[in-house]
Design a protein around this ligand. Structure first.
Ligand SMILES: [Zn+2]
Length: 310
């Protein structure tokens, strides 16, 4: 692990630690040895085995929990790690209490299914806990949003859609906010940092004046260029349908391209399902109710599962 305690409230990173000092495991409180390496990254190691169950976890998860625990305490919470909540049969990474407020922080580094995520979040909320999901570096955003990451999105008016990361090595939260997507372009978002739990709270309470961006002329050109190669990959059936409507796929898609960014709710770019609606309903498609569109077209491509109406 890369962090150890110097005194009860003070975590030290291995590359800043000194051989002459004594350091302790944040979980089992046994004394640990500092290993300064030329060939490997400096780290702390137990003399024997860690007596805490966290020993089996990855270093990122272990170190992250130690940081979160320290920050929760510094923010005035009575905070503990690895407490088993019998009534929920769950063990949150951090359980923090302050007056009437009860907070659960989950630091997610490994993959988690949508079902487990819902089950755990609902369980905590029903028992009266506020839940914060914080992500590890495996979940870092790429040019496109995928389901495994999208399911952790939070939403607020002040930040728009956002994700909270913990960068263990830099010792800070990273907030990717104002997430938005556009047809055939890369995901767009802003990034902010917070050095502890209080700073994170402050960041989230600040109005960042989020709005959906319009595409620049340059981006519209880029979009049309990307459309060329996209059309080539389209299956025969859709091509045939378009042909029957007397329109080429190229024309159809182009007519449905959005000139602005939209909320990151869809697995597939909006122009695609809008085009499908057009092929099925033609001119009448503008008369379709939004709820009908969501349930019969858009929901199939949503990151967020909407229960299908019976
Ligand atoms: Zn230990």
């Amino acid at each position: 692990m890369f962090y150890a305690l110097k005194d009860p409230d003070h975590l030290v990173r291995a590359d800043r630690a000194r051989i002459a000092e004594k350091y302790y495991c944040p979980f089992c409180h046994a004394q640990v040895i500092l290993r300064k390496g030329t060939f490997y990254q400096s780290h702390f190691a137990h003399k024997k085995q860690c007596l805490s169950k966290t020993a089996l976890e990855t270093s990122e998860h272990q170190d992250g929990k130690a940081l979160l625990l320290m920050w929760a305490k510094a923010a005035g919470y009575f905070a503990r790690s690895e407490v088993y909540l019998q009534e929920l049969a769950q063990k949150p990474d951090i359980l923090a209490k302050k007056k009437e407020q009860e907070l659960v922080i989950e630091f997610q580094c490994a993959p988690l299914s949508y079902q487990s995520l819902c089950q755990r979040t609902t369980g905590y909320k029903q028992a009266g806990y506020q839940v914060i999901w914080v992500l590890g570096m495996n979940y870092r955003l790429k040019s496109k949003l995928d389901q495994k990451t999208a399911q952790f999105m939070h939403y607020s008016k002040k930040l728009g859609f956002y994700l909270i990361y913990l960068d263990v090595l830099e010792q800070r939260f990273e907030i990717d906010y104002a997430l938005q997507m556009a047809d055939l372009l890369e995901l767009r978002y802003s990034r902010g940092y917070a050095t502890d739990l209080n700073a994170l709270k402050e960041f989230c309470q600040t109005d960042h004046h989020v709005s959906l961006a319009h595409l620049s002329l340059q981006q519209q050109k880029q979009q049309l260029l990307a459309l060329e190669s996209y059309v080539d990959k389209i299956k025969y059936r859709l091509r045939k349908q378009a042909y029957a409507e007397n329109i080429t796929l190229q024309q159809l898609f182009k007519a449905n391209l959005s000139k602005r960014y939209y909320y990151p709710l869809w697995r597939t770019a909006c122009f695609y399902w809008k085009s499908k609606i057009y092929l099925q309903y033609g001119e009448e498609s503008s008369a379709l109710a939004p709820a009908y569109i969501v349930h019969h077209f858009a929901y199939k491509f949503a990151f967020i599962t909407i229960e299908k109406r019976k």
